[in-house]
Design a binder for this molecule. Structure first.
Ligand code: SIN
Length: 324
């Protein structure tokens, strides 16, 4: 698709920013420290108030409101917080005056939350996840620019679906993944590439906004969610971990597979036993870009281009859908 110059509307927009914590809200004891900080310390309202570009938007008539949904390091994301976040996003989306939502999030599990929100809500308005790799206390934090860019995308006329905005790039929530532990441009989408670029408050769209059929919030209503675990195929792997998971009552297993979705034969034997016993087993990429290419004689289904963490969310949602 040819790139489209997609300018922000001049009409004032109404944006809701939901805070969940992360490095964007993190604090270190020194402005020089970009790694030894505590995530999820600063209220989302304070973060917004510190971004001059957002103050300018408000002076132009935009309305930017905020709500603190959670305050955590996203490595500690829980199913309960996911449910609460999805409910609050849907609640605000249902308000006719709201044009778009921004969700501040930690980078570590952003790809899982992005995937979950797109599958459950598939919103017809934009839901924009954003995050930061440098804490709010850093001498040169990346959070303020990411927040300003996220609000630009959330206010874009015609935007829809769950996307993530980081370091000037817009990714689909269902494709984005963290690929670097330190760099501010830590995100990628494998072969799919970015959806758009944000440049000086303007959006340059490269392909179409995401669509989909939402599973609906009711899918997350169960008090106890199915147990879905990730195992890794590697040199010297065996099936003991799968056998132990079976004993513990696991209902789904994602195997992070080598190469084009290959699995160590000892681990594969245990996974086939689990599959025969009714456990949902899926192969996903262990790393890198691309998509598992079916061979025509695969014994375990594959998760295409999803990361193992996203494939786990997909298996979880499929199991939850059966119950809903
Ligand atoms: C987190 O994921 O909450 C901490 C790490 C980060 O946001 O970069």
């Amino acid at each position: 698709m040819t790139s489209i110059d997609s300018n922000p509307t001049s009409a004032p927009r109404h944006i809701v920013v939901l805070g969940t914590g992360g490095t964007l809200a993190g604090m270190a004891t020194s402005a020089e420290d970009n790694v030894g900080y505590t995530a999820g310390q600063v209220a989302v309202s304070q973060l917004l108030a510190a971004v001059p570009a957002l103050q300018r938007r408000c002076a132009e008539g935009w309305s930017i409101e905020s709500e603190q949904v959670a305050q955590l390091d996203s490595k500690d994301m829980s199913h309960a917080v996911w449910r609460r976040l999805a409910e609050r996003v849907q609640w605000h989306l249902d308000r006719p005056e709201v044009d778009g939502i921004v969700v501040t999030h930690g980078t570590d599990t952003l790809e899982e939350t992005g995937y979950l929100l797109q599958r459950v809500l598939a919103p017809t308005k934009p839901v924009v996840l954003t995050a930061a790799m440098r804490p709010a206390s850093a001498a040169q934090p990346d959070g303020p620019q990411n927040l300003a860019d996220a609000v630009t995308v959330a206010g874009q006329v015609g935007a829809r679906g769950v996307v993530a905005v980081l370091a000037g790039k817009v990714w689909l929530g269902s494709e984005v993944r963290k690929v670097h532990p330190y760099r501010p441009d830590a995100f990628d989408a494998g072969d799919a590439g970015p959806l758009a670029h944000v440049e000086e408050g303007r959006l340059r769209l490269l392909r179409d906004w995401p669509t989909g059929t939402p599973l609906g919030l009711q899918v997350l209503a169960a008090d106890i969610w199915p147990e879905v675990q990730i195992v890794v195929s590697h040199a010297g792997a065996d099936g003991r971990v799968v056998d132990l998971l079976m004993e513990a009552g696991v209902q789904g297993v994602v195997v992070a597979a080598t190469g084009n979705g290959t699995v160590h034969h000892d681990l594969q034997a245990a996974l086939l036993r689990a599959q025969s016993a009714g456990v949902a087993v899926v192969r996903a990429l262990r790393g890198g870009a691309g998509c598992i290419v079916p061979t025509g004689h695969d014994l375990v289904p594959d998760a295409g281009a999803l990361t193992a963490a996203q494939a786990r969310v997909e298996v979880l949602l499929r199991l939850l859908s059966r119950r809903a």
